[in-house]
Design a protein around this ligand. Sequence first.
Ligand SMILES: Cc1cc2nc3c(=O)[nH]c(=O)nc-3n(C[C@H](O)[C@H](O)[C@H](O)COP(=O)(O)OP(=O)(O)OC[C@H]3O[C@@H](n4cnc5c(N)ncnc54)[C@H](O)[C@@H]3O)c2cc1C
Length: 417
Amino acid sequence: MTQKPVLISGAGLASLLLARSLLRSHIPFHIFERDASLSSRGQGYRLRLSAEGLDAIETVLDKTAWQKFYDRCGKTGGGGMQVIDAITGEIIEDQQTSSGGGLGSREGKIVGIARGDMRNLFMEGCDEFVTFNKHVKGYELTDDGVRALFSDGTHSEEGSMLVGGEGINSYVAKQLSGGKLKVYDTGARGIHGQASTTAFKGLGEGVFRLVDNSKPGGSFAVITNVRADDMDNPDIQFGWTMIGEPGVIKAPNDDYTIVGELAANMAKQLTSKWHPRLRPLFAECNSSEGAFWKITISTPSGVPEWKNDPRVTVIGDAAHSMTPAGGLGANTAVRDSALLGRLLSEANGYKEGLTAAYEKGMRVYGSEAVGTSYNMARKMFKVDINEKTSDTLEGEVRDNRSFEGDLGETQQRSQAV
Ligand SMILES: Cc1cc2nc3c(=O)[nH]c(=O)nc-3n(C[C@H](O)[C@H](O)[C@H](O)COP(=O)(O)OP(=O)(O)OC[C@H]3O[C@@H](n4cnc5c(N)ncnc54)[C@H](O)[C@@H]3O)c2cc1C
């Protein structure tokens, strides 16, 4: 008897890696992605991969695909993070130990890759099982399966189960958890930008946090990653991410869909008194690539409990979205794909009790990651969420993490803290 497919909403990092796992196990699947293609909107910024994230990806991919993936990752030496006073240019803290400090994940190197590249590599072999322009708005259970419902009024074929992987705006997550899976506005805001590698020459190789405590309204900082191997490539632009405590960075009319010059100019203005060694990152930035960014997080106390539905579950940001502090979001998302993929492989497809087993495991490391990211964000950006009173984001959250131009390998947005 032909197996019904595993339905997957969203073709993001978590979904595509899960797809690769299913492909390897010969379990049929069908992905529905709202965009017209993988490159129809921005892919953007660079992700730092932790040891756990790399391990998860390695367990899913076959040997050749893994090697290709790992070869494609950039490897930054120079140890851990150097914290610099942005006004004086002086080093405040140097975590650049020889072994990669706290940021190194393999071979003493800090390993990173552009999100767009990661998505394209995960997509290999999956193309024929992805349908684009399908906006999942929910699902309906059938006697013996589940169907995804689309915003155009149509629905999918019957699947054995549905996996919600549509990121922070997940309708599947809302329906499944009865609204228990929430996304909070931290109040912190950011700007992404990028500039040619020459603007970064004054920094040297490594990961840097440039801190400005001079503004009376609160402090803000920029994170950037300078890779020596790419330094002399004229086609490459390095990215930076600026994050301010609540109130420091404000988009006009609090509109975080704004991209381009307005965002770039605000970054230039905020850094106009920075040390001359650091100013080129902003003064010479590629204005069209500036973008505002609202920093959100899932429930800080952890992934909530909901009544398990054997045929529906969630992975990635749909289950646990994080602030950039700690660089844990994508690394946790790929762990979900590896875990759910392994359980499906062991059961040779859908099995009663499988989603409950997955959620039990995911809640442990997912909650820990959200808590870590929140506590780091509290210290770094002075965010404070009271789960009873803080604003949750209703409706579609403009996800600035995915509206960047399709920058591929040559132009990448910045990395997490
Ligand atoms: C600046 C920045 C830096 C970061 N750095 C790091 C880092 O260094 N390390 C790290 O681990 N994490 C990092 N993160 C977080 C990381 O990007 C996310 O955790 C990760 O992308 C989540 O993957 P996902 O598959 O769950 O969702 P996504 O990758 O967001 O994919 C969701 C997909 O679903 C699609 N979709 C959305 N709604 C629907 C719908 N209704 N129907 C169908 N499809 C839909 C979207 O178009 C998208 O393709 C960073 C984030 C930011 C903003």
